[in-house]
Write a protein that binds this ligand. Structure first.
Ligand code: DX5
Ligand code: ZN
Length: 215
């Protein structure tokens, strides 16, 4: 079954509670939270205090995507705030095992993310010890960008690797996902679709309907 993870980066932060309520009553699986530091990516979003507030508003799985550098000193904050999954980027990380064991210490699922230009071989040594791999289908930093279809082959390659090694991991895609690009990703092997603009930016707030259309 394909899972859907609305990215609240595209939500109306002035009405966060009612936005979360709409998502809560929908058939989505995760709530994707994009953490940006203005350093690892050229944009700033929000931090653990907002995650803590969101935690109080929902029982959905909080899927926290860290686009920050460094990662290690902040894991405790995000764990304490109520994250269920913490995903970090492999780029520029020289000791990913340390980050993974720190996340696992809090009994939280661990994900590793790859920017579009990052090859799959960069996670070959750690793929057996993570729960999720996130393939970015846009350059991280901003919502509302166009899907990069040259990432489809990476999703296929990852799916093959998962089958070859009989791994029990999720394949998540993030960036420019809509009804059409989502289907392409599912066909290639993805089972978690992150979508921000497609779900939140529509007239009449038809979030639940948009979420169903992605499966
Ligand atoms: C981009 C973020 C995405 C973003 C997706 O850096 O990781 O999660 O919010 O937004 P859309 O679906 O609008 O591309
Ligand atoms: Zn994201």
């Amino acid at each position: 079954m394909v899972k859907v993870a609305p990215s609240i980066l595209a939500a109306d932060f002035g009405n966060l509670k009612s936005e979360i309520n709409l998502i809560e009553s929908s058939e989505c699986d995760y709530i994707h939270c994009d953490i940006m530091d203005g350093h690892f990516v050229p944009n700033i979003s929000f931090g653990p205090d907002i995650i803590k507030q969101i935690r109080k508003m929902t029982n959905k799985v909080l899927d926290v995507h860290l686009m920050i550098k460094p990662v290690l000193p902040y894991i405790k904050n995000f764990a304490d705030a109520g994250s269920d999954i913490i995903t970090f980027h492999i780029e520029e990380e020289n000791d990913p095992e340390k980050i993974i064991s720190e996340i696992k210490k809090y009994n939280i699922k661990t994900g590793v993310a790859l920017k579009p230009a990052t090859p799959l071989r960069s996670i070959e040594n750690i793929i057996d010890i993570v729960d999720l791999v996130l393939i970015m289908t846009v350059e991280p930093g901003f919502g509302g960008q166009s899907f990069m279809d040259n990432q489809i082959s990476k999703i296929c390659e990852l799916k093959e690797l998962v089958i070859q090694r009989s791994l029990n991991i999720e394949i998540e895609v993030d960036g420019g996902i809509d009804e059409l690009t989502g289907k392409q990703c599912i066909k290639a092997g993805a089972n978690v679709l992150v979508a921000g603009t497609y779900i939140f930016n529509n007239e009449g707030n038809k979030y639940a309907q948009k979420i169903l259309s992605l499966r």
